[in-house]
Design a protein around this ligand. Structure first.
Ligand SMILES: *[C@@H]1O[C@H](CO)[C@@H](O)[C@H](O)[C@H]1NC(C)=O
Ligand SMILES: *[C@@H]1O[C@H](CO)[C@@H](O)[C@H](O)[C@H]1NC(C)=O
Ligand SMILES: *[C@@H]1O[C@H](CO)[C@@H](O)[C@H](O)[C@H]1NC(C)=O
Ligand SMILES: *[C@@H]1O[C@H](CO)[C@@H](O)[C@H](O)[C@H]1NC(C)=O
Length: 424
């Protein structure tokens, strides 16, 4: 995606430049340009339809165009010049660097507009062009090159490398290239497990979240490297909001739609770690709401799979995996119900100006109510907290607060039956 945008830009700019330098003798300029799968010369000033692949033929210096096949788009430009010296340079690498090359090429084209300059700009661009895959391999290589002992002087470069990786690894194929090239073992694991710098850990966990999100193959690899218990360890020991948020993000990316990992990780340290975050006095409510949201999403996920299985007989093995996830016993036995009750009963005053956080808690309570009903429905303190928030938001002019108030009212209805209407 990124690369095809770059192509379009550079091709368009080169084409503009070309109008100034090339002339053609053999083409009927007033004729309509009929594009085919073959390159055809475009006359100076001749209009061409949008959406074609336009290039400058480096042998003749003429502008040419053809229909563009979707699958060719990302590789076509590499194929146009005979000499292939891409990848032979050892210059430091980053995404910004790539952008610089393009900008420089554009600047030259705009300023010089001579064919020689144009050609040189184009060749510079080609020489420095790399696919995402090559870029990822080089970023890993760059990381391996850092010294083994932590050096303050290298911190900024490391963070920069991780930021570039986070950007690239949202794409499924890129994430798999990273994993196959040893990125989990050589880049992420050492940081998440052993690094003493919290900023680096936060960045590494963001990369982990990016690469595991919606990527089943990557999730398996991340799980096999035991990241689940390393993340649980960080959740248990950290009090930094940014660290816990990024750990939660990575943890969620690893667990969602991956019942085996849910079963293995949440039956051991995972549940304890998550509820520990809820229990901590140092962690802000916003972050605690994320924990409730993740647990509630996973409870819902299991519920949906089991519901869906009643209608179809496929996926028996998936169903079997979900059946082994015992939220019904794990959550209450690790103190989920009383911890959440205590958090809301004690701290609800701080939520009165955070309706979006209240909404997350409300949804979470609603979805996990079946696990905690005996306790919550008997808790006067929880009831007081929920009704106070409901009433506060009900008197607002703000539409969003009114919606949250209605969600709270529905929850109270479920928890306390009709009694909520008569009291308070
Ligand atoms: C150029 O094309 C136009 C439209 O197709 C045609 O009318 C005209 O005769 C052509 N001129 C030459 C020189 O071929
Ligand atoms: C690259 O060029 C070769 C030979 O010119 C051709 O066979 C191949 O299909 C081209 N590849 C792409 C992606 O355009
Ligand atoms: C890593 O270090 C080696 C040896 O010093 C060097 O040849 C290589 O170019 C470096 N790679 C990167 C990506 O910096
Ligand atoms: C973490 O550090 C310990 C002790 O230096 C070392 O044995 C272990 O291999 C390191 N783990 C990773 C993943 O780098």
């Amino acid at each position: 995606m990124h690369i095809s945008i770059v192509y379009t830009t550079i091709a368009a700019v080169l084409a503009l430049g070309c109008l100034q330098v090339s002339t053609s003798e053999h083409v009927n300029k007033t004729a309509e340009f009929i594009a085919t799968d073959e390159w055809q010369v475009v006359a100076e000033g001749q209009a061409i339809p949008k959406g074609l692949h336009v290039r400058i033929n480096l042998q003749t210096g003429l502008k040419e165009a053809k229909l563009l096949d979707e699958s060719e788009r990302s590789t076509a430009i590499q194929n146009q010049s005979g000499d292939d010296d891409a990848g032979s340079t050892n210059e430091p690498l980053s995404l910004e660097y790539k952008a610089d090359i393009i900008e420089e090429s554009v600047r030259k084209v705009k300023q010089e507009r001579s064919y020689a300059e144009l050609r040189k700009a184009y060749k510079d661009f080609q020489k420095n062009f790399r696919t995402d895959g090559e870029l990822i391999v080089q970023l890993i290589e760059q990381y391996r090159n850092f010294s083994k002992t932590p050096l303050e002087s290298e911190l900024k470069a490391k963070l920069n490398t991780l930021e570039n990786l986070e950007y690239l690894l949202h794409q499924i194929d890129n994430a798999l290239v990273f994993i196959d090239s040893g990125g989990l073992d050589d880049v992420l694991l050492p940081i998440v497990v052993n690094d003493t710098n919290a900023d680096l850990r936060v960045s590494a966990m963001r990369v982990l979240g990016a690469l595991a999100g919606n990527n089943p193959k990557a999730q398996i690899k991340v799980f096999e490297r035991n990241f689940g218990s390393h993340l649980a360890q960080i959740l248990m020991s950290s009090t930094s909001s940014s660290e816990i948020s990024s750990a939660m993000h990575a943890f969620g990316a690893l667990l969602r739609k991956f019942p085996l990992a849910q079963q293995r990780i949440l039956s051991t340290s995972g549940t304890k770690a998550l509820i520990g975050v809820l229990r901590s006095t140092e962690i802000e409510l916003r972050t605690k709401a994320k924990v409730v949201t993740l647990l509630s999403d996973l409870v819902l996920e299991k519920r949906y799979v089991i519901e869906a299985s009643k209608e179809s007989s496929d996926a028996v093995s998936t169903l079997a995996q979900y059946v082994l996830i015992e939220f019904e016993s794990w959550l209450p036995s690790h103190g989920y119900c009383d911890t959440l009750e205590a958090v809301l009963s004690k701290d609800y005053v701080h939520l009165l100006d955070q309706p979006e956080v209240v909404e997350q808690f409300t949804d979470g309570l609603e979805n996990t109510n079946s696990l905690c009903q005996p306790l919550w429905s008997q808790s006067a303190a929880l009831r007081h907290a929920l009704l106070t928030m409901r009433n506060r938001f009900a008197h607002s002019q703000d539409e969003y607060r009114l919606e949250v108030s209605q969600a709270l009212a529905r929850l109270c209805e479920r928890l306390y039956n009709k009694r909520s209407h008569t009291e308070l």
